[in-house]
Design a protein around this ligand. Structure first.
Ligand code: NAG
Ligand code: NAG
Length: 285
């Protein structure tokens, strides 16, 4: 019995490290089922999420995870993408909105020639308002680039082509218990939708439906579930000083990107928090 269990564990650990070639093995279309298609590109397939006047579309991973690294290659809507928003995010199912956690990467489209905004946010227990926004150092509609979310008990790290752009850290009790998602298994979601009420230049620039349908392309989805150190039962039990976490954050690279590419930081938005003061995680680092 024990031997069987060990065999099952080791094979599931192997299977866990997915070098997913075929996206449709790992995800399913969750809405807008008339608006997507798969392109067969040899050893990887590509999902084209579509958006027209009647509908956008979205997918959801078949599995849910508690602590993992997620990578996806994405190519965004080219030319006039104003009003459109493509997303890559983590979300639990069956959790009431007022308790749900969420980790967001959202790509806000723009008029031809104007830069996309990469919008990030972290919700804990239903509360978000932790936005940081970036402009990318390349045209994200020209080619596929890798967007990643690393979620472990110590940090949530957002990466672009392997470079960290944001780290949201878990202060735990030591920092007065800053909010951090620690218990809800989350699925990976992606979507393309119309958000022209707010997305582009504050909602002033609307979606040009004569250009529809719009497409954003997703491929090469990889998941690496958190692997605890030897002798540790699960990642939640790793000691905070575990090298396993820190080696994943290149702090120098993070600071370089933030200095050059960050265009909004809620922690620097004193005006917005005049009443209650800056959120705890902004002042305890
Ligand atoms: C985008 O614009 C370029 C140049 O204006 C054009 O050649 C190309 O076909 C456009 N692409 C799409 C997908 O509309
Ligand atoms: C769109 O382009 C304008 C002008 O360059 C810029 O101010 C804005 O941040 C860009 N992004 C969005 C989502 O509006």
């Amino acid at each position: 019995m024990l031997a069987l269990l060990l065999v099952m564990m080791s094979s599931s650990m192997l299977a866990a490290r997915t070098a997913a070639a075929m996206l449709y093995d790992d995800i399913e279309i969750s809405w807008g089922s008339d608006s997507f298609f798969y392109m067969d590109g040899g050893d990887v397939d590509t999902l084209a999420l579509g958006l027209d006047r009647t509908s956008g579309s979205g997918f959801s991973s078949k599995q849910a995870y508690l602590y993992a690294r997620f990578d996806m290659d994405i190519k965004l809507v080219p030319n006039n993408s104003a009003g459109t928003v493509a997303t890559f995010y983590l979300m639990p199912d069956d959790v009431p909105w007022e308790y749900h956690d969420e980790v967001d990467m959202e790509f806000l489209g723009n008029s031809t020639g104007e830069p996309y905004t990469l919008h990030t946010n972290v919700y804990v227990n239903g509360a978000g308002s932790r936005e940081q926004q970036f402009q990318l150092w390349f045209d994200p509609a020209q080619d596929f680039h890798t967007y990643s979310i690393e979620w472990n008990p110590k940090y949530i790290i957002f990466l672009v082509d392997g470079t960290p752009i944001r780290a949201y850290s878990n202060g735990g009790a030591a920092r007065g218990g800053t909010a951090f998602p620690t218990w809800q298994r989350m699925r990976v979601e992606g979507s393309l939708w119309n958000a022209d009420e707010w997305a582009t230049q504050g909602g002033r620039v609307k979606t040009d439906w004569t250009q529809a349908p719009f497409y954003a392309y997703y491929r090469n989805f990889r998941v690496t579930p958190c692997a605890p150190s030897p002798g540790v039962a699960w990642c939640g039990d790793e000691p905070p000083e575990s090298a396993w976490f820190d080696q994943r954050l290149d702090a120098a690279a993070l600071h370089r990107v933030q200095a050059a590419n960050m265009i909004y930081d809620y922690c620097a938005d004193q005006k917005r928090f005049l009443d209650k003061g800056l959120p705890k995680e902004c002042t305890t680092d």
